[in-house]
Design a protein around this ligand. Structure first.
Ligand code: COA
Length: 260
């Protein structure tokens, strides 16, 4: 896949998607949003891709937000359309059916923080700075940030970040559960790639079921979520991968899961 503003490298089941506008701190302009959308649409269908790693080019930023230059003179319908396009991208990533790991180095602000939150989980470098600074621009987060942040860290912390519009350090983000782990800058990508390779060796069918159970279950009451979990457990339990995984454990060998 050839794009102007993103790179996508796929090998050994792992696709590394890089937002590649380092001179603009990888800000998400309209072209970049379209390219990310097309890339994730293709990765969803590509059976060679089992796991995705999302990163930004350069050392300074993961993604410093939506492109502010494109937002300076928006009309209401244009702003709403932008939000819907951004949200559609984030929903596609969250519901890809494959794990997406965010490798957050440097700034992850606004749409960048929202992009990281749409991923399955986040590892951050010590230099990461996260936040939703939109109120300082006379805006509110529009790519799902008001919704995903409250679900990830709770309403009180989300409201503080959204209303104040400040930036927090990687350690602060980890303490509130916004990122899962903080690593020295040089260790970030090796650690993320190691986790990605562990996931790539698992049953992709099983991972899809697990993602569905958590993502869809969170939108339901706990009781309904447990019904969903039981139904998906039923589907998994009857699968060849479950039979292979359990047999392999009993036979003290590594499982040999189906290739998608
Ligand atoms: N949209 C468009 N351009 C952006 C951008 C964004 N969100 N964030 C950074 N850039 C551009 C800058 O305009 C600058 O471009 P230039 O060299 O052509 O002038 C370049 O990226 C480097 O940014 P700069 O501001 O010079 O770097 P810095 O180290 O001084 O500051 C930040 C870094 C992240 C604090 C600052 O760029 C910033 O506040 N960015 C906006 C963050 C934001 O509000 N995001 C939410 C948008 S909804």
């Amino acid at each position: 896949m050839n794009f102007e503003n993103i790179l996508c490298d796929l090998s050994d089941g792992i696709a590394v998607v890089t937002v590649n506008r380092p001179d603009k701190l990888n800000a998400l302009n309209q072209i970049t949003i379209s390219e990310l959308d097309a890339c994730f649409m293709a990765l969803a269908k590509d059976s060679a891709c089992q796991v995705v790693v999302m990163r930004g080019a350069g050392e300074k930023a993961f993604v410093a937000g939506a492109d502010i230059g494109e937002m300076a003179t928006m009309k209401a319908d244009e702003a709403e359309t932008l939000a819907r396009r951004g949200q559609a991208l984030m929903n596609r990533i969250e519901n890809l059916g494959k794990p997406v790991i965010a490798a957050v180095g440097g700034f992850a602000l606004g749409g960048g923080c929202e992009l990281a939150m749409a991923c399955s989980f986040r590892y951050a470098a010590e230099n990461a700075k996260l936040g939703l600074p939109e109120t300082g621009l006379g805006l509110i987060p529009g790519f799902g940030g008001t919704q995903r942040l409250a679900r990830l860290v709770g309403k009180g912390r989300a409201l503080e970040l959204v209303l104040m519009g400040g930036m927090i350090s990687a350690d602060e983000a980890a303490a509130m559960g916004l990122v899962n782990k903080v690593l020295p800058q040089e260790d970030l990508m090796p650690a993320v790639m190691k986790v990605a390779s562990i996931l790539a060796a698992k049953s992709s069918f099983t991972l899809r079921m697990a993602l569905q159970a958590v993502n869809e279950g969170l939108e339901m009451s706990q009781e309904s979520g447990c019904h969903l979990e039981a139904a998906l457990f039923g589907v998994c339990g009857a699968s060849e991968d479950a039979h292979e995984g359990c047999s392999a454990f009993m036979e003290k060998r590594k499982p040999n899961f189906q290739k998608p």
